[in-house]
Design a protein around this ligand. Structure first.
Ligand code: PHE
Length: 341
């Protein structure tokens, strides 16, 4: 086979391989194989010296034309293959704007915390200021200053969590009364939301950790009528306009007289049913007029002031409002329950 035929054959093979390359990598190796430094065409060009002088010129032209053609083909095939890659990338990553969006599930506050904020709002609306106290309290603030005698059963370490000498996890928000009165002169009008702890075995109406809201109003000439009016307004705000209230005598060491506030039963309206155990009433909170001994502990005793205090369990207020039969459901973290409210 003479050099001319060899050149034509080599050109044809190279052309075929370039045009049929399926990827940029294929193309690159075809290019090296045929047009590279050790490529078939390059070797042929080197063999030119062996050709007869009259053929040399024509053969040289032939080989150079072949090289030009093949380089052109490599360029155009490169473009084609790049285009194809872009196109397939695009289909692979395509975005279907007609698909429905994904829903974001946003979290929310627990019902008890929502209730707490709502109750605070009601009292802020009546002129109270919201303040907070610590969950680890002195035994003095939690009990002594509130006129609890040393032998009182709730001081027992079977009933309260003691944390080191003289400190206790507050069993109610009432010690905040002491802190507030010690920190400022009257008039005082505050609500104190916060977490409390008692050594109770959890059941349908008790938890070891629960929320309370304390209320305290001390000024000149504050009477029990003020207490009744304010709490009746609170009850109507939370439970509805038709809600009736009654104040039932009770006992707390730090108020005198003391009372419990009942509301007319939310199920039967007062006629008597299973929820209110046929009484027509539901117990909501404790309250009373601040005991003179408490004023002694905070240095208010010579000021001639009077005042009232109240304290409520937030979970209980919520349970009554929504007809929840078991306090533990509030903290089980079952969204099927919690998302109903
Ligand atoms: N601290 C009382 C309790 O936890 C409630 C209360 C507060 C009663 C203020 C009277 C006045 O039971």
């Amino acid at each position: 086979m003479d050099l001319r035929d060899e050149a034509r054959k080599a050109q044809q093979t190279a052309r075929d391989e370039i045009l049929s390359s399926k990827s940029l990598d294929d193309l690159k190796s075809a290019r090296t194989k045929h047009l590279g430094r050790k490529g078939v065409l390059t070797l042929l060009l080197r063999k030119l010296g062996q050709a007869a002088p009259d053929e040399r010129k024509e053969l040289g032209r032939l080989l150079n034309e072949a090289k030009d053609e093949l380089l052109g083909l490599v360029d155009s095939r490169t473009d084609e293959l790049k285009q194809a890659t872009y196109a397939s990338d695009l289909t692979g990553e395509s975005l279907d704007v007609t698909l429905p969006g994904r829903k974001f599930r946003t979290g929310r506050r627990n019902l008890a915390v929502e209730m707490m904020n709502k109750i605070v709002d009601v009292f802020v609306g009546m002129g109270f200021t919201s303040v907070e106290g610590p969950e680890i309290e002195t035994e003095y603030n939690n009990f002594d200053a509130l006129n609890f005698p040393a032998w009182h059963p709730s001081r027992d370490d079977h009933d309260s969590f003691y944390v080191g000498e003289g400190h206790v996890l507050r069993t109610h928000t009432s010690p905040a009364q002491i802190r507030v009165m010690k920190s400022q002169p009257p008039p005082v009008r505050v609500v104190v939301p916060g977490r409390c702890h008692r050594r109770d075995t959890p059941d349908a109406s008790h938890l070891m950790s629960f929320l309370q809201i304390e209320g305290l109003y001390v000024d000149h000439d504050v009477s029990m009528a003020d207490l009744k009016g304010t709490l009746a307004a609170f009850a109507r705000e939370i439970y509805g306009e038709e809600t009736k209230v009654r104040f039932r005598p009770h006992f707390f060491p730090f108020t005198e007289p003391s009372a419990e506030l009942d509301i007319s039963c939310l199920v039967c309206g007062g006629k008597g049913c299973r929820l209110c155990k046929q009484s027509g009433w539901l117990e909501v909170l404790g309250c009373g007029m601040v005991h003179p001994n408490v004023y002694k502990h905070v240095g208010y005793d010579s000021l001639g002031v009077t005042g009232y205090a109240f304290g409520m369990g937030v979970e209980r207020v919520a349970m009554l409002k929504y007809g929840i039969g078991d306090i533990r459901m509030l903290y089980d973290n079952d969204l099927r329950f919690l998302s109903q409210f």
